[in-house]
Design a protein around this ligand. Sequence first.
Ligand SMILES: C[S@@+](CC[C@H](N)C(=O)[O-])C[C@H]1O[C@@H](n2cnc3c(N)ncnc32)[C@H](O)[C@@H]1O
Length: 309
Amino acid sequence: MSGVAHARPAVSVRLWEGDNVAVLDGLAKEGVKVELAYLDPPFYTQRLHLRTVRRGRGATLEREQVAAFDDRWPSFESYLDATEARIVRVRELLADVGSMVLHVDSTTSHYLKVMCDRIFGRDAFASEIIWRYRRWPAKTLNFQRVHDVLLRYVKAPKMAPRFNQLYEPLAPSTIATWGRTKQLAAFGADGRRVRSTRTEAASPGVPMGDVWEIGVIAPIARERTGYPTQKPEALLRRVVESLSNPGDTVLDPYCGSGTTLAVAAALGRNAIGIDASAEALTVTRARLSGAGQSVILSKLDATRMAADA
Ligand SMILES: C[S@@+](CC[C@H](N)C(=O)[O-])C[C@H]1O[C@@H](n2cnc3c(N)ncnc32)[C@H](O)[C@@H]1O
């Protein structure tokens, strides 16, 4: 250890309170472009989602439930229409190298896949990532639901998008057969694959697949905010690291407890978050200021309200 402190690159985090349609329109008028947009909209649960607020400690600890956001809709069509209006606007804000990641579950994923194919073009579809998690089994006469779906679309299919290769560990069987060094694919004179050749270089692992096994947030985890549907930082780290570079801008128009913004800022990306829920904004501001990150807070009327320290 040299003892030299490495300063974190200065990034800007803008937080908007209000309906994301109006804010996205405002950002488009400002000429804002983002390299990555991550959308984690309501999942059509037809429920009012509550946040657990803890007051006091130890023997005086009290828990109170307050409304966080409403996911009740008059019809499935109204849900799809509302989501479409947001996706169309997000696409307009993407830089040419940019991509959108839409995080949903199997309740809506097939409808939204077809919708996004229409909005972006089928050739702009890049990946369907399955986030597989483990959780307490539900009482159901069915297979347990243990995955979410992340649909990724690029803005300009003919252009190389932002993409940083991530790796996962080598399989035990690979290590047993080949060890931990890099293998080079080899081809015979007829162009067919022949046995790979071993190199001396250490293998970085296997290029990351599209099934991600990441744990849900543990009840006592430090990152837990009590905000309903909060996503794990480890999941967002993968999304942000692979699909943006330091200095880029990451947009989350349904930012909730601010997971994307916190991860993006920690990784040296600028971030823009939007949420209609005052509860979400309270949680996000506390989370970012706890991480030493200043936030520019704006309201829907486009009046910049304050710069939090
Ligand atoms: C699934 S939660 C996002 C959770 C977030 N990814 C996290 O890790 O905490 C969806 C969020 O979208 C917000 N939301 C729903 N409709 C909105 C709209 N029209 N405009 C802005 N925010 C909206 C809700 O208030 C809620 O906080």
